[in-house]
Design a protein around this ligand. Sequence first.
Ligand SMILES: Nc1ncnc2c1ncn2[C@@H]1O[C@H](COP(=O)(O)OP(=O)(O)OP(=O)(O)O)[C@@H](O)[C@H]1O
Ligand SMILES: [Mg+2]
Length: 361
Amino acid sequence: MGAEVVVEGLTKSFGNQAIWRDVTLTLPPGEVSVMLGPSGTGKSVFLKSMIGLLKPDRGRCLVNGVDIVTCSERQLYETRKLFGVLFQDGALFGSMNLFDNVAFPLREHTRKSEAEIRRIVLEKLDLTGLQGAEKKLPGEISGGMRKRAGLARALVLNPEIILCDEPDSGLDPVRTAYLSQLLIDLNAQIDATILIVTHNINLARTVPDNLGMLFRRELVMFGPREVLLTSDEPVVEQFLNGRRRGPIGMSEEKDAAQMAEEEAHAAAGHSDGSSAEDVRGVVPQLEPTPGLPERQAVRRRKDRVMSVLRSLPSAAQEGIIASLTPDEQARYQVTAQPTPYPRVESISGDLGDPAWPGVRP
Ligand SMILES: Nc1ncnc2c1ncn2[C@@H]1O[C@H](COP(=O)(O)OP(=O)(O)OP(=O)(O)O)[C@@H](O)[C@H]1O
Ligand SMILES: [Mg+2]
């Protein structure tokens, strides 16, 4: 099973520019999580902080009990081997062909023979649809191929934790659908803990077990997918619908006057360029390709989510219960009638955490 990652009160600034503060969340072992957030909210900075490439001002990031923020160089080096990272720009070495790029971590961190390395590299290139391209240089292939090569390289050390920074950017919609399936299949095969940063709404709705969002220098929410997918928090709704109307503006935030004006405009029936009907609700999650093992995270997650069910907003409770089979509803002793819950004005924090205090009225 993949490692658990516990982030506590993480705060990061560059000089006097605050990026985010007090980020607290747990990536449950072996589950897939997605972090959303408008451009510039510090998602890439967050991933880099998790592997010790950037140093947060405060807080902890515990991986197998080692705090990445304060540990020694030696511990950091060892702990980093647990991670497979796909950077936003792919971070391939321009002068090395794809084979050597993907082989790099194996040559750097293991004593495997060249024959063994060749077997692993070709397997990962195959997995990411790059068979036959191993002699190409990064400059000779498309952006989407570079992304997939970066993913192949992130996988060669059999990571326990996989971080993917916008794996879908530069991919066409069909390739993005394959990538979504690939991530789920990968999780089924190796049970790794996966965190994906993406702007792709479709991927966010169908792939992860948990969803989070960064906005206004804070973690707005992080929790079971059903919570964000059914949320009526304006920033979450706006983002999941790709709408102009809402708190997110071109350069991050809007003021109250501007938002009121937009509401009036929309109420008068004017389009703002997004899809005609807003979507909200829990859509089915992708399942592994037939023939692959089941995702072990599914059962663990169900137990975990059901143990905090009654602390979640009622729309999320409904979504979760509706996604259970009749057998599971009997096992967890729930019916499709959630207990009435007070209207939620504001929820925040890590909603999957049993210690989560619940809803802030
Ligand atoms: N090494 C650095 N030094 C100083 N500022 C930085 C550094 N890295 C990032 N920043 C700043 O931190 C902020 C967040 O950047 P980041 O790349 O994490 O955003 P993001 O959420 O990943 O955006 P996008 O969705 O566009 O990739 C930006 O204002 C950026 O300029
Ligand atoms: Mg980024």
